[in-house]
Design a protein around this ligand. Sequence first.
Ligand code: MN
Ligand code: ZN
Length: 660
Amino acid sequence: MDTCVDDVKAVKMSKEAKKRLRKQIKVSHTLLKHEGIPTASQPTKSLVVANGGLGNGVSRERLFAALKEMGELENLAMPPHKPYAFVTYRSEDVAQKAHARLNGLQLQCGENSVTLYLTYVNSVSCESEVGASLPAGLVLVEDFVSPEEEAVLLAAVDWSSMNVDVTAQKALKHRRVKHYGYEFRYDNNNVDKDKPLSAGIPEECVPILQRCMRDGHMGTMPDQLTVNQYQSGQGIPPHVDTHSAFEDTILSLSLGAKTVMEFRHPDGRVAAVVLPGRSLLVMAGESRFLWTHGITPRKFDTVPACNSQTPTLTSSDISNHSNLTLSKRGTRTSFTFRKIRRSPCRCAFPSACDSQGAPSAPTPPPPSLPRCHADAARLEELYVHRVYNTIASHFSSTRHSPWPRVCHFLSSLTPGSVLADVGCGNGKYLGINREVIAVGCDRSSALVQICTERGYQAFVSDALNVPLRTATCDACISIAVIHHFSTQERRLAAVRELVRLLKPGGQALIYVWALEQEYKQKKSKYLKDCSKEHSGSQQLTDSTLERSGVPGGTVSVHTNRTPFNSQDLLVPWHLKPDSKTKFSPESKPKSGADGGSNPASVFHRYYHVFQQGELEQLCDQVPGVKVQSSYHDQGNWCVILVKDRETCNEYAHTYYETGI
Ligand code: MN
Ligand code: ZN
């Protein structure tokens, strides 16, 4: 206390000193600019404290004590090795007080003394110091609790169902969960703020929480605890903790086995953070509000080897194989402490903030695999139809070169043949063979519009109900379409519909995306295109491949240009900002630009990637047709079907329920 009274006195100064201070503040602004820290001209809740950094020998405890004198803190972020820190106060008033009274403060830290300069910032960003990969506002404290404390905490959780009414224990599909203080509801991703549970936070946690407060990791005492227990192979889908439900800082204590938590920025950046047992993870600011966090269900993690400095993996680490090792997962128990929010969130990330009008799930959590037709139709509506309509122009501008073997099939058709391209996209196959009568259809009106502008015959139609008469086509093609259907039944119905359209003796060519992107020791173009960015040498093995396909199982988000680790996935599409405008034939994809810097520009498309043999098996279930040939072509499984000559009353058009 004494030192703090001195501290405040130190700010009362002569005119001469004030002049010097203004000059110094100006210098610190310039330095901050060099560090890439944008300062705010208007007061905000957050300040950058120049000279108050770990790099100046300022300890967290010392700085926290001085800052805390001004009022309640929401967060204190001290990037490693840097001469500055970031403080976020609970209100702008307190921040203004700190700005007025702490500027020029001489802080004594052991032997040396530093002068603090405070400047408002709009958001707390530590990006400049850690490279682009580590989420800003994220702090990991290793060995935060002792092995003894770990044992006490684990023993405090009673997993028996005896107290199920008290703490709302839930047997979630993927992990065991128990709530204290307030129940978190997974149906609406929120808490019943008016219905506290009778069991509050167990008293065993109190000393640990006090330590968190003392060290400045959290400004107020949490009032909600969620305990999750993950067995090896279990995980949690990526999500952002609902802004309106909880205050900024979230503390997560990892007990038991270590695991890897993945953080994803809406622009596609990913950081895999290794959470050792007995460590504390503090999520605040951008890492809490904007990045999603999740744990991929697997049995092994790739982690830095034990003597490595950093617990965080970046994609370049992975590609360089720098000092990595495999770690078998055991049982991990996490204690997540949060503070229930009582007033709307006013964070600096409105695009992700449900309090500020953003949809409650800014980066929607991956959907579950459908259990019924309605689910399936909804999934496809959200993750296929809407996405293609939105990305149509950009998508089309990247789909100019027809695949040679598809062209070969089209060129082999007899002049005068009637050809239907079901799921024709931008129509790139409709003009290949000028001697056939080609008609295309697609579910995306935006893509059909592009076909029409190019002078092709195309209409909007679902691939399950094509409004053409039965047995009217000499040939049908379905290129990269059937993998967008989310159940086996619907994929089968799509093949049946193609066969229905064929005349007896007619041929259908089907292409679907293959799980096996490396075939006969050759990588597909899809993998090769980015072989510099990723190791590309990951092999699909039973231990790394989590085959989903179970109704209700999750659809995982795929990392572009890497091997697939699941058959049901969401594949990100990074929309270029300038491509939202109408298609123009001269618009060519610009190289290098990813266009993904705006979070709103990443869209996820659902795919079911086929395993070797799966497409043939599917076609075998359709009566009246034979698989004439099948092959692997650039990461796709392909078949040519021939409809039987004698047939086929069973192909009278039966309306298939698509749920639209
Ligand atoms: Mn969470
Ligand atoms: Zn918010």
